[in-house]
Design a protein around this ligand. Sequence first.
Ligand code: ADP
Ligand code: MG
Length: 253
Amino acid sequence: PARGTPILSVQGAVKRFGGLVAVNDVSFELNAGEILGLIGPNGAGKSTMFNLLTGTIPMTSGRVRFLGRDVSGMLQLEIARLGLGRTFQHVKLRPHMSLLDNVALGVHARTRPSMLRAGLRLDREEERRILYEARRQLDRIGLGDRAHEMAGSLPLGTQRILEIARALASDPVLLVLDEPAAGLRRQEKLALGDLLRKLREEGMTILIVEHDMDFVMNLVDRLVVMNFGSKLVEGVPSAVRADERVQAAYLGG
Ligand code: ADP
Ligand code: MG
């Protein structure tokens, strides 16, 4: 999609867990080529919103459109196949597998769901294609020369970056990240920020769910702030930072 055109649109999203309204009538759009930050204090409903738009859990009401299609009610796998790449809040790498094999697993996410079900009986040609693509993604994130190390031996920050490479291996149109900076050291956060900026330059669209305000402020084009399940404020980082409602929410939360 051309830069600036809306590729994801959330309309009146609601999620109830019993009597608790975790997401309360939230709407926002994401435009091609931008990094949008979804922030808010703990318990604001960010992860729930993330799970709704990736199809991880069903919405109570509302709609999500992705690339012009109504994906509300679609399964996670179906949405992934349309081009939504994601990472998980808790790293889900295979620690005893090589970097290369971890990324190779991601190549399947979009193209070969039937083969996954068939137990990965790949022919040589297909296997070569997948390893080539995985290697290309590792080079893209600067880990090509460590392709055969075990994923579990990497520091946390590098594991996060590897996880992003795995998501990229499915050739997504949109990359959705849940708290990628959580638990990272300062240097690791800087490296992660640099990678995400580079991906944006290459035309990738990124939605980043993040608790760490400082990390997103220097990175994103736009922010949506949630508080108590609702959208509190939306705008460019400088305006959001100056907004008294946002400061109050973070201090109170
Ligand atoms: P955030 O990611 O912004 O910290 P969450 O989306 O995780 O917030 O949670 C929002 C609210 O929804 C919280 O009050 C949380 O306890 C509640 N919640 C989240 N998931 C569930 C669930 N599966 N069942 C019941 N309540 C949940
Ligand atoms: Mg969360």
